[in-house]
Design a protein around this ligand. Structure first.
Ligand code: GDP
Ligand code: MG
Length: 468
């Protein structure tokens, strides 16, 4: 492991740039003495109890650099579990970097995630909670924050630990039956253990199911705008972003590449992608754009297939069969059909049935009305997108596995557990069943970090910010 736990470390914990305050963290056995060497009130700092704030100046020899407040933490009551000082100074990046330079003469710069790594090593957090710290910092929307906070509070860890304990209990019952087979022990109640293992398997299955939704909160729900050139994809993109980022022109074929932006719909992180229009073309650049569009459509969580009255006059609105499940069909430019307000669903449907487009709409396809020029012209589309995400209402106590590493571990555990159940069914030897259970336990234990490897830790903590 590249982290050396005995050094005293420091880093600026607040973002670069001008701000009201800047916080510099120092952690390690020498943290308090390191700061005292450059502080105007060294004795006061050295004697300060935990959670005490000491006011003074950071000085380079006689030269005063900044007026600060040093907040002292005493081991083990700190974020890292070590002695720590948080120096709050003025938020001038030049001052912060001068203070940092001074501190670096007697301690070293922290690596990304090193403070949290120490918290993990000192049992202040388990691995799932440490990862939640990073998720919480990077969460893009309110719902993602709730999920990360729930994980940080240890809800996931508690549930995983309980499942590990139950699995371990079952495993021990099998092992005891092997070890003491020749003794007069009551026989193992296979039905009962089997039932317990099935319950655990069901719970793990449920967690995997919810995992897809958890992934949405972390990685966003990708929504791809597709359709013929000029139907208004870029205009819809802009309406959603409420800014003019994409180029909108009446000339077909202007969006040759794709654009993507994040937005929050009802607290869900959405990755909205504006693509090149799909049409037959001889233009090489446009062709590349169209290939890219097809690739994006394949990967997207939801595809919005836009048409407009002009396009519908000439073609049918028919989603690609391969993606029909994840496609929403939208008729844009509803204003051109004489609507000056987005119609209600019933009004819209009766309009469509009696309109010239009736024959152009494939059976079982619903066309959602939309207009980028009407007030609330994208309201119905917005509702439909959110309803497609279909996540349960999140409470801070909801356990939603959001992390790919955790999901992979659950999947491995579940597969070993299913093997164990299969072994019970075919009356395999108890040693085989116990072996599968050991595998199931060790996979789950990786989530909380009860079992780790250096590579795994390196990978996890290197994605953190410096200072965290
Ligand atoms: N009347 C009307 N015109 C629209 C609407 N949405 C887009 N347009 C116009 O349609 C043209 C093509 O729009 P654009 O967003 O560039 O289409 P794209 O090629 O699909 O990205 C532009 O002139 C837009 O102003 C709409 O809802 N109503
Ligand atoms: Mg466009």
């Amino acid at each position: 492991m590249r982290f050396n736990l005995t050094d005293t470390i420091t880093a600026i914990a607040t973002p670069a740039g001008t701000s009201a305050l800047s916080v510099i963290r120092v952690s390690g056995t020498d943290a308090i003495s390191v700061v005292s060497r450059v502080f105007s009130q060294p004795e006061k700092l050295l004697k300060a109890e935990g959670y005490k704030a000491v006011h003074g100046y950071i000085q380079d020899g006689r030269q005063v650099i900044d007026e600060v407040v040093c907040l002292v933490f005493r081991t083990p009551h700190s974020y890292t579990g070590e002695d720590m000082v948080e120096i709050s100074g003025h938020g001038n990046p030049d001052l912060s970097s001068r203070i940092l330079q001074l501190l670096l003469s007697s301690c070293r710069m922290a690596e990304p995630g090193e403070f949290t790594f120490r918290a993990f090593m000192n049992h202040k957090l388990d691995l799932a909670q440490a990862e939640a710290v990073s998720d919480l910092i990077h969460a893009q929307t309110a719902k993602a924050e709730t999920a990360a906070l729930s994980q940080l509070k240890g809800n996931l860890s508690k549930e995983i630990s309980a499942l590990v304990a139950s699995l371990a209990d079952c495993r021990i019952r099998f092992e005891l039956s092997i070890d003491f087979a020749d003794q007069d022990l009551p026989e193992l109640d296979l039905c009962e253990v089997r039932k317990e293992l099935e319950d655990i398997s069901a719970r793990l299955g449920e967690m995997l199911q919810c995992g897809r939704q958890g992934r949405i909160l972390r990685d966003g729900f990708s929504v791809c705008l597709s359709g013929a050139p000029n139907v208004g994809k870029s205009s819809v993109f802009n309406r959603f972003l409420a800014e003019n980022r994409a180029i909108v022109t009446p000339v077909p074929g202007t969006t040759r590449d794709y654009l993507e932006e994040w937005l929050s719909l009802d607290g869900y992180p959405i990755r909205l992608i504006d693509t090149a229009g799909l049409r037959d073309t001889q233009d090489e650049v446009e062709k590349l754009g169209i290939d890219r569009t097809r690739e994006i459509i394949g990967k997207a969580d939801l595809v919005i297939l836009l048409t407009d009255p002009g396009t519908l006059d000439n073609t049918c609105c028919k989603p690609d069969a391969e993606y029909a499940e994840k496609t929403l069909c939208v008729l844009n430019k509803a204003d051109l059909l004489g609507f000056d307000k987005l119609p209600e669903t019933a009004e819209w449907n009766s309009y469509l049935i009696s309109s010239r487009f009736a024959s152009k709409i494939a059976p079982n396809v619903q066309l959602i009305p939309c207009s980028t020029v009407l007030e609330d012209g994208i309201g119905l589309l917005r509702q439909q997108i959110v309803s497609r995400i279909a996540l349960p209402d999140l409470q801070p106590s909801t356990i939603l596995v959001t992390n790919t590493r955790h999901l992979a571990a659950i999947e491995r555990s579940l597969s070993s557990l299913d093997k164990a159940l299969e072994a019970i069914t075919v009356s395999a030897g108890y040693e085989f069943i116990a072996f599968d259970l050991i595998e199931a336990i060790s996979a789950l234990s990786e989530i909380t970090g009860a079992i780790t490897t250096d590579d795994m830790l390196e990978h996890i903590f290197s994605s953190f910010c410096i200072g965290k």
